[in-house]
Design a protein around this ligand. Structure first.
Ligand code: ASP
Ligand code: MG
Length: 428
């Protein structure tokens, strides 16, 4: 019988120390009769720490740069030492040292290159390190894996930091590289988040982009499923940070998951679902602490979507209200003027509404954006804004859910469709 092919994604928390990495290997053992394409993120908070080192590099603060790199290096070497007794890790240690050699000498890079390009080149070390260490451990214990460089497989344009995937080329190169390797090795280990372009430069898919990487591989290889291993039991109906009694969603449709992530649910990177939905490849969200638990299944079945109401909270919102100075009605001509000005100011609108004379819209708080919005609008419009607000979205709402989220709050704006109610709220 042909083995099934599973795509697994392990995020930073699942490989944050030696014990966590051993737990990943234990999970893989449970699936030993199947082929696995494994995508891994940088360990723990490494991407954030690399960003700090990168800032020092851009400010030409060599001292700060060295100190920050040293912290990252110690962290990785410590994990390596905890995983392998001296000689056993010698080959890996050499490889890790040589990657750190590139990290440490990054300040020789041409600082005149575009910042975003330098950023991608530097930030990618996190995934290169984690994938090397994890693959070495898998091979030491299970002897059946191979490390692959994702930058030769996922090919993008040159929009650094948020690169767009060239799908036809990516599908071809993933198939060419992975299919023969999967015949020879049970597990292939590669990097999430990073990619490459045609001139051989490293690019990235945007922060938290490793889920998307898993979706790309699954699509190209037409895998049987994708599993995102997380530190929560599955997709929950609200962020446990804001909510005490969260409920796990056992099964929802692609459509529902796309809606939830559009409104701001942060469990899965929003770009992940489309390549899976197109090929009807189910996505599982499972707990790495409890791998036998079923987690959440996301697939084509819509029959359970309405079962549990979901709550999505966005804090620190700013509500603008604008009125044409000449008191003209807000008809299409005015609206298109407003939209082109807002798009010039790069405003990302979370919700909007209009009346005869006023147009309101909500954005995440960002001092620079507020300034640019005032700049583009103030000549023709009376502009007012309110800060410190909260946007709450309730999917599959009823009277009770709405009373619950609005309790002791003042409603500044509200909208509802058949399935979704949204409220812009301030403390009373
Ligand atoms: N390591 C990257 C980040 O922290 C990508 C990811 O974790 O998905 O953004
Ligand atoms: Mg991460």
């Amino acid at each position: 019988m042909k083995k099934s092919l599973l795509v697994f994604k392990f995020g930073g928390a699942s490989v944050k120390d030696a014990d966590a990495i051993s737990n990943v290997v234990a999970i893989l053992e449970r699936y030993s009769t199947q082929n696995i394409l494994l995508v891994v993120s940088a360990m723990g908070k490494t991407t954030n720490n690399l960003e700090h080192a990168f800032e020092a590099f851009m400010e030409k603060d060599v001292e700060a740069f060295k100190i920050r790199v040293e912290i990252i290096k110690k962290y990785h070497l410590n994990i390596l030492n905890n995983l392998f007794y001296k000689d056993k890790g010698a080959l890996l240690r050499e490889e890790i040292e040589s990657i750190f050699n590139q990290v440490e000498t990054y300040y020789n890079q041409d600082i005149l290159k575009p910042r975003a390009q330098l950023y991608d080149g530097f930030i990618s070390f996190g995934e290169l390190l984690s994938s090397k260490i994890l693959q070495f451990k898998i091979n030491a214990d299970l002897k059946i894996s191979k490390w692959l460089d994702v930058r030769k497989q996922i090919l993008t344009d040159t929009l650094y930091q948020k690169a767009n995937v060239n799908w036809p080329k990516t599908i071809t190169s993933i198939r060419e590289i992975c299919i023969p390797e999967l015949e020879k090795h049970t597990i292939l280990v590669t990097q999430g988040f990073i990619a490459g372009n045609e001139s051989g430069e490293t690019t990235t898919l945007g922060r938290e982009g490793s889920d998307y990487t898993a979706g790309i591989f699954a699509h190209a290889l037409e895998s049987d499923s994708v599993t995102i291993w997380k530190d929560v039991p599955g997709m929950l109906n609200a962020d446990p940070k804001f909510f005490e009694n969260t409920i796990k969603l056992d099964r929802i449709s692609f459509r529902e998951a796309i809606e939830l992530s559009y409104y701001g649910a942060s469990v899965i990177h929003p770009k992940t679902l489309k390549p899976l939905q197109n090929k009807k490849i189910p996505l599982l969200v499972k707990s790495f602490a409890d791998p036998s638990a079923p987690g959440t299944i996301i697939d084509v079945d819509t029959s359970n979507d309405h079962m549990v109401p979901s709550f999505i909270f966005k804090k620190n919102q700013v509500l603008f209200s604008i009125t044409p100075k000449d008191f003209s009605f807000l008809i299409e001509a005015n609206l298109s003027d407003i939209f082109s000005k807002l798009s010039a100011a790069k405003a990302e609108i979370n919700i909007m509404q209009n009346s005869a004379l006023s147009f309101s819209f909500l954005i995440d708080h960002n001092a620079n954006k507020i300034k640019s919005i005032l700049n583009v609008l103030s000549s023709h419009y009376e502009v007012k804004y309110n800060t410190n607000l909260e946007l709450v979205t309730v999917r599959h709402y009823d009277k009770k859910t709405n009373e619950f989220v609005c309790k002791n709050k003042k409603i500044l704006l509200q909208q509802s469709t058949r399935k979704t109610a949204r409220f812009v709220l301030s403390e009373d």
